[in-house]
Design a protein around this ligand. Structure first.
Ligand code: ACO
Length: 326
């Protein structure tokens, strides 16, 4: 059976319980001779704390908990789900996919399950794929998840990156419907910029080869992110026959408050309409958008019928926009 549209019918999220405030991280780094400060981190990024998973807690565990909460919100059982997509760059294993592990943990066998890898744009990619699959009849009710244990790929001796990221998961239930939910989706990549943000390691012959930690050219990422977020917002709005005035809430990838503010300004969206969670969650890569969405749905800011513009940008270089009516 195919549907004309797909709609978000439930959201959920999960953060590992351990929070690490900037001050605590600064002390921990200072003990190892690495100098940074709460002021530097807050001024450059807006980040005040991050959640970090305990050793041994896997990406699939965070994803499963976020999924349970999204299923509860949608009043569905795991067995109602026939598609699970996990956007992640920090999967449990090389294979099987994290989505298969989530499917097993939830007890939802039989439907399709796979991961998408588009780093911080992963959730927008996963949403676009799930929406397409629902509209073409390949699935009817999907769990679309962004989940990361980014702390595992951070070099805790590199102050330029280790202060920026956190762990967490967010999920939505996307269901076939005759009323519009996903109004437009646009995805892009430009592999020529692959080297400005990457974790260039792999497993080979029983060893880790290459560099298994995240590296980043911060200023290059900043510049590119702001310009592509502007362009892709305009594309998605044009596809839906809408303007920035129709956007009730803007949820950009939560990397850095300054990128989010610069992007909103360039697109022409008032700062009051920008959902910000990076101060509490830091950058959780593919999890950041569904985490922020769930926070704003549960605190009552995002209401049924409102238009939400979600935008991802990240390694690859990848970027995407998904415009939804809630
Ligand atoms: N504490 C103190 N000083 C630091 C720290 C730190 N944690 N990190 C870097 N510095 C120093 C650098 O060593 C450098 O010192 P120097 O001038 O003596 O060499 C100085 O701060 C400036 O470094 P820059 O990298 O030029 O700092 P910038 O002002 O560009 O800010 C930042 C860095 C916040 C990363 C910025 O480039 C940025 O926001 N980039 C966007 C990238 C981003 O947010 N990435 C997140 C992941 S990407 C994504 O999700 C899309």
């Amino acid at each position: 059976m195919s549907f004309r549209h797909s709609r978000i019918i439930g959201t959920g999220s999960y953060l590992p319980p351990r929070t690490v405030a900037n001050e605590a991280l600064v002390r921990e780094l200072a003990a190892r001779g690495i100098e940074t400060s709460d002021e530097w981190i807050v001024e450059r990024t807006g980040i005040r704390q991050r959640h970090l998973a305990e050793p041994g807690v896997a990406c699939s565990e965070l994803a499963t908990e976020a999924s349970r909460r999204a299923l509860d919100a949608a009043a569905l059982q795991p067995t109602d789900i026939d598609l699970i997509i996990v956007a992640t760059s920090t999967p449990d294993y090389v294979f099987p996919s994290t989505a298969c592990l989530v499917q097993k943990a939830l007890g939802a066998p039989g439907g399709a399950a796979f991961d998408v890898q588009a780093v911080c744009s992963g959730f927008t990619y996963a949403m676009a794929v799930a929406d397409s699959m629902i509209r073409t009849g390949l699935a009817s009710r999907a769990l679309v998840i962004g989940a990361e244990v980014f702390s595992r790929i951070l070099d805790w001796n590199d102050r330029g990156t280790c202060v920026l990221f956190g762990d967490g998961a967010g999920a939505v239930v996307l269901a076939g419907d005759e009323r519009p939910g996903v109004l437009a989706a646009r995805l892009h990549a430009d592999g020529r910029h692959e080297s400005i943000l990457r974790t260039a390691g792999n497993v080979c012959g029983g060893k880790v080869l290459g560099h298994p930690y995240l590296t980043m050219d911060g200023p290059a990422v900043f510049k590119l992110a702001v310009s592509v977020l502007d362009a892709v917002a305009r594309e998605a709005l044009a596809d839906a026959g809408m303007t920035t005035a129709d956007v009730d809430w803007f949820i950009p990838h939560q990397a850095n408050v300054r990128i989010m503010q610069a992007a909103a300004k360039r697109i022409g969206i008032a700062l009051e309409k920008v959902v910000v969670t990076v101060d509490r969650h830091a950058n959780t890569s593919a999890a950041s958008i569904p985490l922020a969405l769930d926070v704003a749905v549960r605190d009552g800011r995002i209401r049924p019928g409102q238009n939400v513009l979600m935008e991802g940008v990240g390694g690859g270089f990848t970027w995407g926009a998904v415009l939804v009516r809630m």
